[in-house]
Design a protein around this ligand. Sequence first.
Ligand SMILES: *Cc1c(COP(=O)(O)O)cnc(C)c1O
Length: 230
Amino acid sequence: MLLDNVADVEKRIQNACNRAGRDRKEVTLVAVSKTKPVSDIREVMESGIIDYGENKVQELCDKYEVLPKDLHWHMIGHLQRNKVKYLPGKTVLIHSVDSLRLAEEIEKDFWKKGMDADILVEVNVARESSKFGTFSDEVTELVQQIAKLPHVHVKGLMTIAPYTDDPESNREYFRKLRQLSVDIKQKNIDNVSMSHLSMGMTGDYEVAIEEGATLIRVGTGIFGERDYTI
Ligand SMILES: *Cc1c(COP(=O)(O)O)cnc(C)c1O
């Protein structure tokens, strides 16, 4: 059943890539497994997907412990500074960095374990009050500050677009995020690359791919609806 979902998502990704004239290899599908059991992940792993996204540190660590160590774990949710210390060695990318204080904590905790951290800066492009993320007019300055931390490497930008039934309505936000990354790239900041754009979820990942996403975060479309009551 889950493998049918993956096949469907794969087909849509390929079609979106075709429409945009992009190579499928430019887009990494991150399967968002939050709230879902390890048995579901094992099933999805049969498709060959190795990238998984979690939004809670505890859950990420629990799943990391019991699953094969060659999976790539993405921390995609709001991150509290006191939880950063559990992440070194477990995550390939932290998508949700939205303050210098958090980046400084990552610098400290990763370096303590002799490691570097790849991160994305989360941008609240639509300026929704319910969302985390830095505002567009503050991103460049934040990136410049984080760039000074020697063991934290900014690899791009991430956004969570508004929840909507009409994916087209989010196109403008994906475009804005891409434009922001182009602007920052032109500044040639040391220790900063803008190779990744993490944008697009189940409802809008096709539009996000058309607008340049390199990482899409798909939960419901692969694992089905989440039950938060249990
Ligand atoms: C839950 C979550 C997703 C996946 O959402 P779906 O709509 O189920 O695909 C993507 N990104 C973030 C940051 C999330 O928290």
